[in-house]
Ligand binder design. Structure first.
Ligand code: ADP
Length: 279
């Protein structure tokens, strides 16, 4: 807290009062601290893949390029790491646009059940394609949707990105043969979606930080799977921009459920007409 005092002086020179301005700087300091932490995280997150690319390139130019066994493996790592860096930079750019408030939303009324079905059909298609591939993990998606058609005002592309991200996490952290359950229901002024997996879950102490930028329960594991640690942070920004909320519930060792709620106004055409006629 900063305090500034300034005397109120009469023309006679007589001091008749004191003005005190109190300025709360704890918020500013916290922001500054977080900003520094963020820059340090970005540097560290990029240094790790760059260092590994550097050593693989060095090994290749030291002679490994001639080894028909080893060279393709090294190139594979290099490609994986550079791809991940590109994903990270793209994620950072989209976060920075959202921070600056320059992200444009393409809002439109969408039948959310139809959209969820469309998104999940894509995942089912992937499952079908991978059916005969024994190296791929098996999982199933179950849908429990309300019968009602719910029209919600969203940015379709950005919302799809959020569901894709949560679904991809659910798949990533699911055990072989796991079931991912997707639910859609409505309250009188919200639609609520949830995505549950039977994976390893999130420790209770980490639940509050899961949406923070670069936070991962297991950094090494996330990196190995190509994660940037920014997916949930972006998801949270997008859902907040749409006026909604996102949260998680999880029991370690049993699975996690991610929830999204969005504001929704029940569409009752006839009532509207009645109201207008009565006016
Ligand atoms: P990434 O998946 O790229 O690491 P995210 O922001 O999508 O980054 O997720 C952050 C972290 O949250 C993950 O690293 C993981 O530790 C945890 N997490 C996310 N989804 C799940 C899930 N379904 N089950 C268990 N842990 C999860």
């Amino acid at each position: 807290l900063n305090a500034y005092f300034s005397p109120i002086q009469r023309e006679s020179g007589f001091v008749s009062g004191l003005v005190c301005v109190l300025h709360d700087v704890t918020g500013q300091q916290k922001e500054e601290r977080e900003r520094k932490q963020f820059v340090s995280n970005v540097s560290h997150e990029l240094r790790t893949p760059l260092t590994s690319v550097h050593s693989y390139v060095e090994a290749l130019s030291d002679g490994a390029w001639q080894d028909k066994e080893v060279a393709p493996k090294f190139l594979n790592v290099i490609q994986g790491e550079t791809d991940r860096m590109i994903r990270m930079i793209n994620d950072l750019l989209s976060l920075s646009r959202m921070d600056a408030g320059t992200t444009k939303l393409n809002l439109e009324y969408v039948n959310i059940k139809e959209l969820l079905n469309y998104i999940l059909n894509r995942f089912d298609m992937i499952i079908k394609n991978e059916e005969s591939d024994s190296s791929k993990k098996k999982y199933k998606i179950e849908r429990h949707f309300t019968k009602k058609d719910l029209w919600v005002e969203i940015d379709t592309d950005k919302f799809t990105q959020v569901i894709d991200n949560i679904m991809n996490n659910a798949i990533k952290y699911s055990p072989d043969g796991g079931i991912i359950t997707v639910r859609l229901l409505e309250t009188h002024n919200h639609v609520i979606m949830s995505i549950s997996d039977q994976g390893l879950g999130i420790p209770r102490k980490d639940l509050g930080r899961i949406f923070d930028r670069f936070f991962r329960v297991d950094k090494a594991r996330s990196r190995k799977q190509g994660g940037t640690g920014l997916g949930l942070a972006i998801s949270k920004e997008v859902i907040n921009m749409l006026g909604g909320q996102i949260w998680v519930d999880s029991v370690e060792g049993h699975g996690s459920t991610f929830y999204i709620s969005l504001p929704y106004v029940p569409y009752e055409e006839e009532d509207d007409w009645d109201d207008q006629e009565a006016e």
